[in-house]
Every structure is written in structure tokens, then in C-alpha cells.
Design a protein around this ligand. Structure first.
Ligand SMILES: [Cu+2]
Length: 209
């Protein structure tokens, strides 16, 4: 009885430490929790199996394990960016393609990324190999995951990449598929499934005690 309580609380602790996981586009390699405070979650080199990613109207899907967080996205047009400096412009600052935003709620969250709209970054063109790096902070320091992409003007985000999103942030609907599964209500309100789980688990642990 006592042991199961400890195991349960231990499980909760590991959830709280789990940071965030990029869902779409796929990151350079499997999530490594301990490496996430470092460049590209510890994956220093670009991969060969790049995601063919929409040049316009893209979406990023990430799973937040923190209830309050900030995120932004930077881009490198180098073939094999291996350092934070490779994401800089000529002025020495990050090429920010999704401005930092604050969000509350845990679970899978989707937000738009329109690379073609960033006229201040050169090289974001059809067929270009680029790397995006998601910068996330849920209160325990900056965390990083990267995805290597080939940009395309003729693909759109696959439906299964965003079907798990807990929010209703504008998924660009393609003309062929009407947004029949329109969700109602505010975006932020309904997106705390993990919090509900954590509270429930904690209640269970307390009842065992
Ligand atoms: Cu964390």
C-alpha cells in the first residue's frame, strides 16, 4: 500500500519533469528529457529523412507537460545547423519565425507557422532544406527541439498531424475538407487534460494514504 503510493507519486514527479515533446513535424530524434535544455535536444546534426513541410500555412503540434509556458520558433537555412549561432541572421540574432507567445494548459497544442510570410529571412523557398528549432519554457529553463524540413509549396499539413490538438487554434482548412468537427468554446479553457489526470491521480494517492 505504502509502496504503491510512492510509485504513484514518483510517476507524477516524472510527468512534471517531462518538459515538452514536438509532435509535428517530427523532431531530429526520439525525445531525450535530460538533453532538452541543450541545442536540438542533444541532436547536433541534421537528419536525412526530412519532413516535407508546407512553405505556407504550416502547423506545429507540441505536447506540453507544463501548465504555463512560453514558446517561439527559430529557423536556420543552413544545410546542417549544428549550433545556436546557425539560427542567427547577419545581425547576430535569432531568425524568429513564430514570435514568442504565452499559453496555459497541458497536452497537445497546435499553432500556425507561415514560413513564406517571413520576408526578413532569406532562403525560405520552395524546395529549400531548412531546420526549425522550437524554444519552449515551462518554468524550468529554456528547452529545445529541432525538426529538419524540406519546404514545399504544394503540400499541406496532414490531418493526422493535428487531430490530437487540444486547442482550436486556426488549423488552415484545405478546400476539400470542410471543418466539420468544429469545436465550440474558448481555446484555452478546454485544454487541460493532463492537469485533470494529475489532480485525479493525486486524489487517488491521497485516498490510498
Ligand atoms: Cu520541464
Amino acid at each position: 500500500m505504502r509502496f504503491s503510493t510512492v510509485a504513484l507519486l514518483g510517476g507524477l514527479a516524472s510527468v512534471a519533469r517531462a518538459h515538452f515533446q514536438l509532435q509535428y513535424p517530427v523532431p531530429r530524434g526520439p525525445f531525450v528529457e535530460d538533453n532538452e535544455p541543450t541545442f536540438c535536444d542533444g541532436y547536433n546534426d541534421a537528419v536525412n529523412n526530412r519532413t516535407v513541410f508546407p512553405l505556407s500555412n504550416g502547423i506545429i503540434n507540441l505536447n506540453s507537460e507544463h501548465p504555463q509556458w512560453t514558446a517561439g520558433v527559430i529557423v536556420s537555412t543552413k544545410a546542417d545547423p549544428t549550433s545556436f549561432g546557425d539560427f542567427n541572421n547577419s545581425a547576430g540574432t535569432y531568425q524568429l519565425v513564430v514570435q514568442y507567445f504565452q499559453q496555459s494548459g497541458e497536452g497537445k497544442f497546435c499553432f500556425p507557422i507561415d514560413l513564406a510570410a517571413n520576408s526578413n529571412v532569406t532562403g525560405l523557398t520552395d524546395g529549400a532544406n531548412v531546420t526549425i528549432q522550437v524554444i519552449f519554457n515551462g518554468g524550468d529553463g529554456n528547452l529545445y527541439q529541432c525538426a529538419d524540413l524540406t519546404l514545399s509549396g504544394s503540400v499541406s499539413v496532414p490531418a493526422n498531424a493535428t487531430s490530437s490538438c487540444t486547442n482550436t487554434t486556426s488549423t488552415p482548412s484545405t478546400s476539400s475538407t470542410a471543418p466539420s468537427t468544429s469545436q465550440t468554446g474558448g481555446a484555452a479553457k478546454g485544454m487541460m487534460p493532463m492537469s485533470g489526470f494529475a489532480v485525479g491521480a493525486l486524489g487517488l494517492a491521497l485516498s490510498i494514504l
